[in-house]
Design a protein around this ligand. Structure first.
Ligand code: ADP
Length: 752
C-alpha cells in the first residue's frame, strides 16, 4: 500500500465536514502520511487532473469553525457508472492513492462500498488495457476506505449522530423559537417544514426540543385515516387550555399510512378549514445546512476524522471498508456494507408500509424520543386511571442555574400529570424546601418552558443542615410528598444524599429521591454528560470564535478563562472545538516547568509562522498561576513576537436558551426520573438515585454510591471519560507535523 491518503466530501454538504477534513489531514501528516484532497467529491475523482491535490498542515488552518466544505462537494452521475469508477481508479493510481476517507450521506457511502468491491477488478482491467503498468497494480492491490456520515438528515445506520445533524437542529430550534414568539403574539398557527426525505430525525428531535404541538414524520405516519381530525382536536384543545401559539412540524418526506405524501401546504389548508384560523407555512430549507458548526459537530467530526486515519493505517487486505461512527458516546466502527444494507432496509420498510420495522431499525433512542414526544404533545393530561395511586411529587432546581433546567421541569410536570400524579414545584430550590415554598403546577403552568434558559422555579446553592432538616421533614410531611426530583448540580446531589442518609431520623425522608444532573460544569457523578454543559460549551465556542476573529492579522495570543469549577470538561472540549494550542485543567495542574515549556512552544510556533495563539484555562486550574499571571508571563517573555490578551468569559457561559442537545437530554432524563419515582414510591424501602447518561444509555446509580465514584473534595467524578481526548487537542493545534512529538508532549503518552 502507499503512503498516501485521499479525502473527499460528497453529496449534500453538512456543517462539520471541514472539521473532519482538518482532522484527517493533520492526523495523517502527524503520522507521516501524505494527504490529497479530492475536490468536488466523486466528480474530482472521475475528472482527476488538478481536482486531486496535496494538502498541507496550514491549508486546513482556520476552517474548523466554518460551515460547508472547503474541498467542495458535488453530485456525480458519472460515478454511478462502472466506466466512471474505472476513470476514478486510474486517477487515484496516478497519484498513488489507495486509502480514502469518504465523508458523505448514504448515497456517497453506497458509492464507496461499490468502489471498494470493484477495485481489484478495475485495476486488472486497467493493466489489461495498458492504461497502467503492472507494477502499479501490484503496489495497490486493494483500496482501504473509511466512511464518515456527513449529512444533516442523520439517516444512516451505524452512527447515532451524523456530522451536521446537531448543527441543523440548532438552526431548527432557533427558527422555531423565533416563529413561536410571533405566533404567540398573534395567536397564530404555523406549519414548519424541515428537511428529511426519508428520515424524521430532524422533525422529531426539533419538535421535542421546541415543544411543538404536532409532528409528522415518514417512519411513523398517523395510524388512522382521519388523522387530520385527531391533529385538529389536539390543537383545538390546546387553544382552549390557553395556549397562544400552535406549531406543527412536518418532515419533508412525511406521509400518511397509505404512503401518500403529506405536504406542509396540505396541513395548512386542513388547519385553516377545520380550525377556522389563519395558518402560515414556513419552509426552513437550506438554512438548516448553513452557519458555523456547533461545538458538538466540530468535536464529533474531529474525533471521527482521527479514527478514520487510524483505521486506514491499520488496514490489511482482509479488512473490510468501515463506517466510523458514534455509538454509546464512543467512536466505533462497523463494516460499511452492513451499514449500507441496513440503511436501505429502513427506506424499503417505509416504502413497503412496514413502519414498525422502520422504527425498530432507527434504534431505541429514536423510538424513546417518539414515545416521549407523544405524551408531551398532548394538550391536556390523560384522566387518572381507575384505582391508580395518585402520588404527590415535588420538583426543584438546585445549585447554579443551568440552561435546560426549565425543560426538565416541564417534562417532569407533564409526564407526572399524565400519569395521574400531583406535581408540586418548590420555589427557590433547597431554600424553598426549608421554607416550605411549594406550589402546585398544572399542565399549562409550564407552557413555553422547553426553550427558556435559567431556572424559572428559582434555585439556591446552600446545602441544608442542622435545623434545616427538621423544617424540610415537616414540610414534606405537611405536603404529603411521596417522591422528590432534584434537578441541579453538586449542591442538589449533596442535599439529596444528606436527606437520604437521615431517613432513620426523619420518617418523611423515607421517600424516593432522584437527582437529575444539570450543571454547565459536567462535573456530576453517574452521568457522562449533564444538562447545560452543551449550551455552555456552545456559548464558549461562539465567544472564542469572535475573540479569534477580532485579532485580525495582528500577532496575538489569547488566554481565555472558562468555568467548570474543578472539572476541566468545558476547558478541554472548547479547546478541541476552537483549535486552542494549550488547555490548563485542574486535573493536571500547572507547574512552573509547564509554563516555561508552553512559552517555548508558543515562541517557536510564532517563529514558525503562526499569527494567532489560544490558551484556554479552567477557572480553578491553579490558585496561584491565574489567568492574569499567565497573560503577564507570556506578554513579558514573548517580547515583540506577539502580544497577549486575556478574556474571562464569566456568566455568559451559564446564560442563553438551552441547545437542542440539552433540551432533549433534559426531557429524556426527566421522563425517566418520574417513572423511577412512581415505581419506587410504592415500595417498602424505596431507593434513591441519580440518573445519567452512561455509554449512551440512561442509567440510575444508587445515591449511596456517590462517595465511592466521586472525588468529594473536588466535586467531580473520579473517572472522566473525556480525559482521554487531551492528546488529540494538542496534536491538532501544533504549528507543523511532529512538532509536539519532537519536543515532548504532555499528556500524549496517555497517562490519563
Ligand atoms: P448523499 O451522499 O448526500 O446521500 P447522493 O445520494 O446524491 O448524496 O450521493 C452523492 C454521490 O454519491 C452521487 O452523486 C454519486 O456520485 C454517488 N453515488 C450515490 N449512489 C451511488 C450508487 N448507487 N453507486 C455509485 N455511486 C453512487
Amino acid at each position: 500500500m502507499s503512503n498516501r491518503l485521499g479525502v473527499l466530501t460528497s453529496g449534500g454538504d453538512a456543517p462539520g465536514m471541514n472539521a473532519a477534513v482538518r482532522a484527517v489531514v493533520r492526523a495523517a501528516l502527524d503520522r507521516g502520511v501524505e494527504v490529497y484532497a479530492i475536490y468536488e467529491g466523486y466528480q474530482g475523482m472521475v475528472d482527476g487532473g488538478d481536482k486531486i491535490q496535496p494538502l498541507g498542515w496550514r491549508s486546513v488552518s482556520g476552517i474548523l469553525q466554518k460551515g460547508g466544505t472547503m474541498i467542495g462537494t458535488a453530485r456525480c452521475a458519472a460515478f454511478r457508472t462502472r466506466e466512471g469508477r474505472r476513470k476514478a481508479v486510474r486517477n487515484l493510481l496516478e497519484h498513488g492513492i489507495d486509502r480514502l476517507v469518504i465523508i458523505g450521506g448514504d448515497g456517497s457511502l453506497i458509492g464507496a462500498h461499490i468502489l471498494c468491491q470493484e477495485w481489484p477488478e478495475l485495476v486488472s482491467e486497467l493493466v489489461r488495457d495498458g492504461e497502467i503498468p503492472p507494477e502499479v497494480a501490484e503496489r495497490h492491490p486493494y483500496v482501504a476506505i473509511a466512511g464518515l456520515v456527513g449529512s444533516i438528515d442523520n439517516d444512516v445506520f451505524g452512527t447515532e449522530m451524523s456530522i451536521g445533524a446537531d448543527t441543523a437542529l440548532h438552526r431548527i430550534t432557533e427558527a422555531v423559537d423565533a416563529i413561536s414568539s410571533t405566533a404567540a403574539s398573534h395567536q397564530r398557527t404555523f406549519v414548519i417544514e424541515v428537511m428529511g426525505r426519508r428520515c424524521g430525525y430532524l422533525a422529531l428531535m426539533g419538535a421535542l426540543a421546541t415543544g411543538a404541538n404536532w409532528v409528522l414524520i415518514p417512519e411513523s405516519p398517523p395510524d388512522m385515516d382521519d388523522w387530520e381530525e385527531r391533529m385538529c382536536e389536539v390543537l383545538r384543545a390546546g387553544r382552549q387550555a390557553g395556549r397562544r401559539e400552535s406549531i406543527v412540524i412536518v418532515a419533508e418526506g412525511a406521509q400518511d399510512h397509505h404512503g401518500n405524501p403529506i405536504t406542509a401546504e396540505y396541513v395548512r389548508q386542513v388547519l385553516e378549514e377545520r380550525l377556522g384560523e389563519e395558518a402560515r407555512v414556513t419552509i426552513l430549507g437550506h438554512v438548516q445546512r448553513g452557519g458555523p458548526p456547533s461545538a458538538f459537530d466540530r468535536n464529533l467530526s474531529t474525533l471521527l476524522g482521527i479514527a478514520a486515519v487510524e483505521e486506514l493505517l491499520a488496514a490489511t487486505p482482509e479488512s473490510p471498508a468501515y463506517l466510523i461512527g458514534l455509538r454509546e458516546n464512543r467512536i466505533t466502527r462497523m463494516p460499511l456494507e452492513e451499514c449500507v444494507k441496513k440503511t436501505q432496509e429502513v427506506n424499503e420498510a417505509i416504502e413497503a408500509g412496514d413502519y414498525e420495522r422502520a422504527m425498530a431499525l432507527r434504534g431505541k433512542g429514536f423510538q424513546d424520543a417518539f414515545r416521549t414526544l407523544r405524551t408531551l404533545l398532548r394538550a391536556v393530561p390523560h384522566p387518572p386511571r381507575p384505582g391508580q395511586r395518585r402520588l404527590r411529587l415535588a420538583v426543584l432546581t438546585a445549585d447554579a442555574p443551568a440552561p435546560g433546567m426549565n425543560t426538565a421541569v416541564r417534562a417532569a410536570v407533564r409526564v407526572g400529570l399524565d400519569m395521574g400524579h400531583v406535581v408540586l414545584g418548590v420555589r427557590n430550590g433547597l431554600r424553598g424546601l426549608v421554607e416550605g415554598n411549594f406550589e402546585e403546577l398544572e399542565w399549562m403552568s409550564v407552557t413555553g418552558w422547553a426553550s427558556h434558559g435559567g431556572s424559572t422555579l428559582g434555585t439556591s446553592r446552600e446545602i441544608p443542615e442542622g435545623s434545616d432538616l427538621y423544617a424540610i421533614a415537616r414540610n414534606l410531611e405537611e405536603q404529603g410528598i411521596n417522591g422528590l426530583l432534584i434537578i441541579g448540580g453538586w449542591a442538589g446531589y449533596e442535599a439529596a444524599l444528606r436527606l437520604h442518609q437521615a431517613r432513620g431520623d426523619f420518617p418523611s425522608f423515607d421517600i424516593p429521591i432522584v437527582c437529575l444532573p444539570a450543571s454547565i460544569n459536567n462535573d456530576l457523578p453517574g452521568s457522562e454528560l449533564s444538562v447545560g454543559a452543551d449550551t455552555a460549551l456552545n456559548n464558549i465556542v461562539d465567544a472564542v470564535d469572535k475573540i479569534k476573529q477580532s485579532a485580525g492579522a495582528t500577532h496575538r495570543c489569547f488566554v481565555v478563562e472558562v468555568m467548570g469549577r474543578y472539572c476541566g470538561y468545558l476547558a478541554l472540549m472548547s479547546a478541541l472545538a476552537t483549535g486552542a494550542e494549550r488547555v490548563y485543567l485542574h486535573e493536571e495542574g500547572i507547574t512552573l516547568r509547564d509554563l516555561e515549556e508552553d512559552l517555548r512552544l508558543l515562541v517557536a510556533s510564532f517563529e514558525a509562522g503562526k499569527n494567532l495563539g489560544l490558551m484556554i484555562r479552567n477557572e480553578r486550574a491553579n490558585p496561584l498561576y491565574t489567568t492574569d499571571f499567565i497573560r503577564a508571563l507570556l506578554e513579558e517573555e514573548g517580547g515583540d513576537l506577539f502580544e497577549v490578551r486575556q478574556a474571562v468569559l464569566g456568566h455568559l457561559q451559564q446564560g442563553g436558551d438551552p441547545t437542542p442537545f440539552d433540551r432533549i437530554l433534559a426531557t429524556r432524563l426527566a421522563v425517566r426520573c418520574v417513572a423511577f419515582l412512581s415505581e419506587q414510591a410504592g415500595k417498602d424501602e424505596p431507593a434513591s438515585a441519580c440518573v445519567g447518561l452512561v455509554g449512551g444509555e440512561i442509567r440510575f446509580t444508587d445515591l449511596e454510591e456517590i462517595p465511592r465514584i466521586a472525588d468529594m473534595k473536588h466535586r467531580r467524578p473520579k473517572q472522566q471519560w473525556w480525559m482521554d481526548l487531551r492528546p488529540i487537542a494538542r496534536m491538532l493545534a501544533q504549528p507543523y507535523p511532529g512538532f509536539m512529538t519532537d519536543r515532548g508532549m504532555k499528556g500524549a503518552s496517555g497517562e490519563c
